[in-house]
Design a protein around this ligand. Sequence first.
Ligand SMILES: Cc1ncc(COP(=O)(O)O)c(C=O)c1O
Length: 459
Amino acid sequence: MADERAKEKLALEGGLKAVTSIEGRGRPKIGVDEFMAIAERFGFSKQALAKMRKAAEADDLGEGPYLANYYSPLKETRVQAFEKLACKTFGAKYAIGVSSGTAALHAAFVAAGVGPGTEVICPAIGFFATAAAVVESRGIPVFCDVDESLQMDPAKLEPLISKRTVALVPTHWQGGVCDMGAIMKIARKHKLKVIEDCAQACGGQFKGKYVGTFGDLSCFSISAYKIVGGGEGGLILAKNKRLWERANQLAECGGLWRPVRFAPPRYEGELYCGTNYRLSELEAAVDVVQLKKMPATVKRFRTVKMRVLKQLNSYAEIVPQTINDLEGEVGYALRFFPETIALGEKIVAALQAENIPAAMRGDKAAPDWHIYHHMYPVTVKSGSTDADCPYECPLYTDSGGKIEYAKGDCPVADDLFDRAISIGLSQWYNAQDCRNIAKGMNKVFSAYCTPDADARPWL
Ligand SMILES: Cc1ncc(COP(=O)(O)O)c(C=O)c1O
């Protein structure tokens, strides 16, 4: 009877607790073995796989939520470890791991003040995601022609700058690097922000300094196809804390990054509605390993390219691609421009017959999202609603903003993109492989071109 009364009495008042234990037993949230079977298919190293297993098991054992990148002052997350390593590797002050390179660009553009009524100068040769992220931020992409490095031509920037321009986006294209000295000079003169797109050249350097450390903000894709990458991921580097905070607000608007999550804004522009581009812990666990390997990977690529270039002869009908920094570029592609597409077709066929992986687009190729006039739906100025912001936004049109996109806007890019012959280089080629490739190239050039000691040298 006394027991019954104690059961009825509130625990608050000294009665027995209604719940003294939980009998239901949970099952693992993640099937660690199933997950690892998928990861193994991607061919990650043993070291990367071990880190992934550790992260997945920790979550299963209830020690999580480690698979979500929820910042904790008590335990460093894998994403925080990746960000720390990125700062150390590149010599950057601030880093944010995000879910993709496109997410990085969107966050960086918004952080830098891209919005309705603004313009951003992007290169004519790059990748669609860069210009698309400008539009997603409600800005207008303006395309700048390239030079014979196939990178943004600094000499063509100034005529494109208007009162609406807020940022320049040098995109280090296909393992090469932009002329960051000239670009930074123009940006400083016109007080413009620089947002580097390093997706295709992680580890590249210009005059001894990593690309990604020149701009106010820099963006990397760390997807499976990049120099550093697991599956899908991105990285932002920021020059100062304010830009880092504003980029964080876009990429993680839940405010987990803030010292006091619900504190009022500390300055105008700190808080606004962003989204969730958080990098997953599993991806970050892999990316830590990948990023550590980056310097050695880049060194191998450079060695291979240099070995081949050193052995090439000069020909009157062949112009080698200009290289803005021979010691600094990553160099996973070797490119040159034959005098005509017709000559290029013969050279490519002959190189392929020698087992040298050469390719040229020519003038009949399918559309390609690496050149501005194919960057559909940017070029058709399509908006997500009938209102068609940003192109019809009064903040843009009332200030004189008007743009159309068409082939012919950037004639150097139009010509060189189709006419360039590219040879993809493997970081694993040894000295003999490089000798064979150079020998094959000289053999083919000699058959179709005129030796010319005065032609532009390869080095
Ligand atoms: C130059 C450039 N910028 C941005 C991106 C977008 O990166 P992600 O695919 O990670 O969104 C890519 C991807 O290929 C790229 O090459």
